[in-house]
Design a protein around this ligand. Sequence first.
Ligand SMILES: O=C(O)CCC(=O)C(=O)O
Ligand SMILES: [Fe+2]
Length: 287
Amino acid sequence: MDKNTLEKYKIDIFNVKDDKKFHPIEAQHDNSHLKRVDVFTADQCKRIEDTLDKMDSLWINRSCTPRFAYENSTKSIRAPFWTLGAVSYLDAVEDYARYHKLKTVMNPVLKKKFGWMYDIICEKFEEEFGCPVVIDDVLAHPGFHIFSAKKGQIISEGHVRLFETALGSIHVDIQYKEHWEYWQTYNHADLDNQMTWTIPVKLPKHGGGLYTWDVEVDPAVFNYNTNENKKPDVSPTANKYYEGQMTYFFRHLLHQMMPGVKVSPDDRRLTIQGHGIKCDGVWRLYF
Ligand SMILES: O=C(O)CCC(=O)C(=O)O
Ligand SMILES: [Fe+2]
């Protein structure tokens, strides 16, 4: 897709209706593979955001962490992009022992501060799937992606512009592969139906969302290239996010975080991020 088409696309999605609270039914751009479940109220989202801010000394800046080998040769800029919790695609990929070390420190903290939040997420999934859903204790608990300055600070002009570019990689989620040996400890881990879910608790004023493409790619090789080299020929679907509403999907759905639109220095994109594998009849959630 050329830049003008992309611009038009963004304008179609965001500028027609600036009110990010308009009902999702009206947003006709939705990938049929992406499911939606309302999970948190506005008050609960605020409580999660406040707790996250109180824990900001534990946020890890990830803007310079390479995910793929080719990124070692690309220029990274230190930007206000952070995570809370141990992350399979950042920590485990780099050093499996580091993932488990960080998880061992962070899981009890996350459980203490966000136990109530995990309970609600598991309950909602249980209603959805009709089987038990638990937060896995061996892997890292679901954590956060944080695109924001710390509370009381603002994003610099340069970083505002950066957040308006297609920062996220076009990829399929293959985090579960890092934990291959762990899944083998179950009689049956359904590795053909892995799940990814995201719950935004705070979105920029002009919204946020996920691009998805209905194209099949080879998960063994696709991710390991620059966005330019792997951009599909077909246009993506722009799936808008709503605060408190979870989106989830199964398997290797090709996706990319949507770039910010008319980002302001006080904008925040805060999302709870997790994945799931069904093992012996129980969905196990992790990050
Ligand atoms: O933040 C998002 O919208 C998507 C994040 C994502 O693709 C991932 O964590 O794998
Ligand atoms: Fe992803």
